[in-house]
Design a protein around this ligand. Structure first.
Ligand SMILES: Cc1cc2nc3c(=O)[nH]c(=O)nc-3n(C[C@H](O)[C@H](O)[C@H](O)COP(=O)(O)OP(=O)(O)OC[C@H]3O[C@@H](n4cnc5c(N)ncnc54)[C@H](O)[C@@H]3O)c2cc1C
Length: 307
């Protein structure tokens, strides 16, 4: 395997200003792929510390994820992180996926359990020859060789965890199993992020020293934001809900321009507070568009390399 920098090394080497990173999703068709590549080239000029590529629900985008992430590794200057989920896969298939990533020069993997296909909030059913929790997949990937592994963390607690103490315990188990950092679920209350950081540090100081990278979703449409929130189990605090609803107006169609403007402001304010609280990196959900993230980075004075 071609050895590439780890995410922890990459964000640690960022120097004076806070690094940022972005999340892409596998494109559905040729048009979407062309749009993804426009965003990729634009981000390439802005210098993200890394870029991540999601893994479709139930492994539905498996081949495309490997192909496009491999292309990112081979045809750009970006450092890709491949998401890998356990859902619907046997251990042999999971090993084969890691092998396919390694063949394309990818050594950074974000290990996830994934959600049930169809209804993400439905009952989780383990593959008969698969793994039950992400922690086991962390061990499996680490045992395969030279991979650097990250995991998911949840500032508001994962919706299937009985309480925040259990949620913290399971996150720490993934870190102890060999994950080097975590990336959070999107959130809109920085205090939730700070409390997660404190909980992990209290539970295990050594694991608490590992980076917890906050994920930010710049809202550009209230309708799609509500859908993402529903699927992720995250909440929009009442004051933000009110601010965005006011921007949307009470016409039959939401006022997209006003929602967008408010959404960019909200993401900027969130990022500013995270920077002042010492977050190690800012990870943006992009939906394969560069514009919203570029605007937030510009507001933060972090897009000086942008074209
Ligand atoms: C940054 C990020 C990126 C994501 N990318 C993707 C993606 O690309 N594709 C996709 O399909 N999904 C993705 N997801 C969603 C993720 O797969 C779901 O949130 C999933 O429900 C949880 O995954 P996990 O890896 O945290 O699971 P786990 O850590 O296995 O946790 C799952 C549940 O089990 C509980 N648990 C863990 N260990 C134990 C144990 N030993 N005993 C009892 N309970 C336990 C946890 O508290 C939690 O409730 C992403 C999430 C985040 C935050």
């Amino acid at each position: 395997m071609t050895r590439t920098p780890s995410i922890v090394d990459r964000i640690g080497a960022a120097g004076g200003r806070i690094p940022f990173s972005v999340e892409f999703s596998p494109p559905r068709d040729a048009d979407a792929e062309a749009r993804l590549w426009r965003a990729v080239r634009e981000f390439e000029r802005m210098g993200p510390a890394f870029v991540s590529m999601t893994y479709g629900a139930g492994g539905s985008t498996r081949d495309r994820t490997v192909r496009v992430t491999g292309d990112l590794a081979e045809e750009t200057t970006l450092l890709p992180v491949a998401h890998l989920t356990a859902v619907g896969h046997s251990v042999d298939e999971l090993r084969a996926m890691c092998g396919a990533y390694a063949d394309r020069g990818i050594s950074n993997i974000l290990v996830l359990r994934g959600d049930p296909p169809g209804d993400p909030l439905g009952d989780w059913v383990k593959h008969p020859e698969g793994v039950e929790y992400a922690e086991e997949l962390v061990r499996l990937v680490r045992d395969m060789g030279d991979f650097h592994v990250g995991v998911a963390s949840f500032p508001e607690g994962h919706y299937r965890a009985p309480d925040l103490d259990h949620d913290t315990k399971y996150l720490v188990s993934k870190l102890r199993a060999g994950a080097e950092y975590s990336i959070t679920q999107m959130f809109f209350d920085v205090d939730d992020y700070l409390r997660l950081r404190d909980r992990v540090a209290r539970f295990d100081a050594e694991q608490g020293a590992k980076p917890i990278i906050p994920e930010i979703m710049p809202i550009t449409s209230l309708r799609s934001a509500r859908r993402s929130l529903e699927l992720s189990g995250s909440k929009l605090p009442a004051r933000l809900e009110e601010r965005l609803t006011k921007a949307a107006g009470d016409g039959p169609e939401e006022n997209r321009a006003a929602v967008r403007e408010a959404g960019i402001e909200v993401a900027t304010e969130l990022a500013e507070r995270l920077i002042s609280e010492g977050a190690p990196c800012l990870h943006f959900i992009t939906l394969n568009f560069a514009r919203a993230t570029r605007e937030v980075l510009t507001n933060l004075g972090l897009a000086s390399h942008a074209a």
